[in-house]
Design a protein around this ligand. Structure first.
Ligand code: GLU
Length: 552
C-alpha cells in the first residue's frame, strides 16, 4: 500500500473522528510544575476489589508525588469491559478514601487532563491509531480465533515464540482492495501494531527500582484496538500517560515483560517515554508447601483491604506498614524519630526492595503498637469509639458511658520516654482495658487468673484501707514498702531472696495481690494509676468480689 492508499484506509476505518491529533495534543499542555516534580498515577482496572498490592502501589504513587511537589492522579482503566465487576469503580474510589490515599487529581477528583476513565477516551485512542495506519505502523487484522489457535499449535510444535509476528502475521501486507472486500463481507477485525522491531536486537532499559535490564526488541504485532474499537491496556497506557504528562509509571512487576512493547509504542507514536518503577510483589511463605509465593485472594485473609478495617488496624498504622514495604530504611528511621510522621520521610526508589517483600504480620503488629504508643488517650478513645460504632456497637455505648475514665485509663504510662506498647488494634482496647469497665468486671474475670497463690486478704484489706490515693507515685511506692516491712514482708525482692526464711514475702507480692484483685490479671499498666482512677469504693467492691470467689 502506498501512502494515498493508507490515508484512504485510515479514513475508511475511522471516518468520523471529531478531533485530530493536533487538536487533542493542544488540550493536554505541559504541566506547570517544578523541575523534579513527579507526576504519578494509580491506574486500577475495576475487575476485582482493591487489595493490599493495589494499596501499596497507590501509596507509592502518593508519597513520591507528594514529596516532589508533583501530582498524583487516579485513572480508571476500564478497557476490559468483559471483566468489569459490578461496583468495581465505587470500590476503588471508596477504598482510596477510607484508607486515606488521596489523589490530587483524577477520576472523581477532577482536573484538567481528563477524562480520567479510559472508556470515555475511545476516540482519542482511535485518532492515534488512524495516524499509525497512515504511517504504516498499524493495520487491520482479520484473523479468526481458529486461525490464531492453529498458528499457536504450529509454533508450539516448532518450539518457536508464540504470537503473531513475521511470517505468521498474514494480514500485515493485505492490499487496500483485499481489506475492502473483507470489510464489505462483514468480517470483523482488530488493529495490530506493525512492529518495526527485530528480536535479535537487544535493548537496554533502566528501571527506577530494578536498575538496568536487557530485553530482545519487541517484534510482535500486538493488538492495539479490539474488535469493538476499544483499546488494549498497552495502547491506552502509552497514550494516556503521554497526554496526562505522567513522569513515573509505578506499577506491579507483572508488567516487566511488557516493557519492550511499551517502549516501542512510545517510539512509534513519537512520544517521550515515561520512567518506569516496577514494584516487587508482596509475598508470603506458604504454610502448606513452605515455598514463597505471591499473596493470594484465596489463601490470605490479609490480602483484601476489609481485613484491616474489620480487625481495627488504624489506617495510619497500615500506612506505616506500607512505608516499610516501600523503603527498606523506613522502619529504622521511624523508630528513631518518635516525633516524626511519614510525611517527614524522604522515599527513594534506591531503597525500594527489588525482590519480593514478604508480608510480616508481626512487623505490622509492632508498628501498630508503636502507633498507639505515640497517641494520646483522647485520640485513642475517639478512634476506638469511631471503629466500635461500626463494628461493636455495644462497646461503643460502653465507651460513651465511660468516656472520662476510659481516657484516663488509656493515658496511663503515656508521658515517659518509653510509652506503653500494649494495644495493636482498636479491637484490642476492649480486651486490654476490660477492667476499666464495671459492667464487664464480674467474678468471672478472676477465674481466668492463676490462683495457685493464696494471698493474705486481711492484710491486703488493711493495706487498701491505709493507702491514700492522693500521693505521687514515688510516695505511694515508698509507703507501700513501709507497709510491707511493718507486716513482715521484705521491702525489695532482692532482700527477700537473700534471706527468704525471715520474711512472709516481699513488696511485689502485695502489689501482685492488689493487681489481681483490681484487674483480674498478673500484668497491667501502672498499678497506682489504676487504683487512683478506680477510687476506694470500686476498689473495695472488687475486693469483696474476689473474696467471694476464693471462698467458693
Ligand atoms: N490497569 C492496570 C492494572 O490494573 C494498571 C497497570 C499500570 O499501572 O500501568 O494492572
Amino acid at each position: 500500500m502506498n501512502k494515498e492508499e493508507r490515508i484512504e484506509l485510515a479514513d475508511l476505518l475511522f471516518p468520523n473522528l471529531e478531533n485530530s491529533i493536533a487538536e487533542i495534543e493542544k488540550k493536554y499542555p505541559e504541566r506547570n510544575l517544578p523541575e523534579d516534580a513527579m507526576v504519578t498515577r494509580y491506574g486500577p482496572s475495576p475487575t476485582g476489589n482493591v487489595h493490599l498490592g493495589n494499596l501499596l502501589s497507590a501509596f507509592c504513587d502518593m508519597v513520591y508525588a507528594r514529596e516532589s511537589h508533583g501530582v498524583f492522579f487516579l485513572r480508571i482503566e476500564d478497557t476490559d469491559q468483559k471483566r468489569m465487576i459490578e461496583g468495581g469503580i465505587d470500590n476503588i474510589t471508596s477504598v482510596l478514601k477510607d484508607f486515606d490515599i488521596i489523589p490530587t487529581e483524577g477520576y472523581s477528583y477532577g482536573g484538567e487532563y481528563g477524562p480520567y476513565k479510559q472508556s470515555e477516551r475511545t476516540e482519542i485512542y482511535q485518532a492515534y491509531i488512524k495516524e499509525l495506519i497512515i504511517k504504516d505502523l498499524a493495520y487491520p487484522c482479520f484473523m479468526s480465533a481458529e486461525e490464531i489457535e492453529s498458528i499457536r499449535l504450529e509454533q508450539e510444535k516448532e518450539k518457536t515464540k508464540i504470537g503473531i509476528y513475521g511470517i505468521y502475521a498474514t494480514d500485515r501486507d493485505l492490499s487496500l482492495k483485499e481489506i475492502k472486500e473483507k470489510i464489505n463481507a462483514g468480517k470483523e477485525y482488530v488493529i495490530r501494531l506493525k512492529s518495526p522491531g527485530n528480536a535479535n536486537n537487544i535493548i537496554t532499559f533502566v528501571d527506577e527500582i530494578k536498575g538496568k535490564m536487557k530485553f530482545p526488541e519487541h517484534n510482535m504485532d500486538t493488538i492495539l484496538l479490539k474488535k469493538d474499537g476499544t483499546p488494549t491496556y498497552h495502547l491506552a497506557h502509552v497514550i494516556d500517560d503521554h497526554l496526562m504528562h505522567t513522569t513515573h509509571v509505578i506499577r506491579g512487576d507483572e508488567w516487566v515483560s511488557s516493557i519492550p512493547l511499551h517502549l516501542q509504542l512510545f517510539e512509534v507514536l513519537g512520544f517521550k517515554p515515561v520512567k518506569y518503577a516496577h514494584i516487587a510483589p508482596i509475598t508470603i511463605k506458604d504454610k502448606e508447601t513452605g515455598n514463597t509465593r505471591k499473596i493470594s485472594k484465596r489463601k490470605d485473609p490479609f490480602f483484601g483491604v476489609k481485613y484491616y478495617e474489620e480487625n481495627g488496624i488504624p489506617i495510619e498504622a497500615l500506612h506505616l506498614y506500607l512505608a516499610t514495604i516501600t523503603n527498606t530504611n523506613f522502619e529504622e528511621w521511624y523508630l528513631a524519630n518518635p516525633d516524626k510522621t511519614i510525611a517527614d520521610f524522604t522515599f527513594t526508589f534506591e531503597k525500594q526492595a527489588v525482590g519480593g517483600t514478604s508480608f510480616d504480620e508481626e512487623k505490622l503488629n509492632n508498628l501498630c503498637k508503636t502507633y498507639f504508643s505515640r497517641k494520646k488517650g483522647e485520640e485513642i478513645y475517639e478512634e476506638t469509639l469511631a471503629w466500635a460504632q461500626k463494628h461493636d456497637t455495644d462497646y461503643a455505648r460502653i465507651l460513651e458511658e465511660n468516656k472520662e475514665d476510659m481516657i484516663r485509663f488509656l493515658n496511663i504510662e503515656k508521658d515517659g520516654p518509653r510509652p506503653r506498647k500494649d494495644i495493636s488494634k482498636y479491637s484490642e482496647v476492649k480486651e486490654e482495658f476490660y477492667y476499666a469497665i464495671d459492667e464487664y468486671f464480674e467474678e468471672e474475670n478472676y477465674r481466668n487468673t492463676s490462683f495457685d497463690k493464696e494471698y493474705d486478704l486481711d492484710l491486703i484489706e488493711d493495706y487498701l484501707n491505709s493507702i491514700s490515693l492522693d500521693l505521687t507515685n514515688e510516695e505511694w511506692f515508698s509507703q507501700t514498702k513501709d507497709f510491707a516491712e511493718k507486716n513482715g514482708y521484705a521491702k525489695t525482692p532482692k532482700e527477700y531472696k537473700k534471706d527468704p526464711d525471715s520474711y512472709k514475702g516481699h513488696v511485689g507480692d502485695i502489689c501482685e495481690a492488689v493487681r489481681v484483685i483490681l484487674t483480674g490479671r498478673l500484668k497491667s499498666p501502672d498499678l497506682y494509676s489504676i487504683m487512683k482512677i478506680l477510687g476506694k469504693e470500686r476498689i473495695f467492691k472488687r475486693l469483696d468480689m474476689y473474696k467471694k470467689v476464693v471462698a467458693k
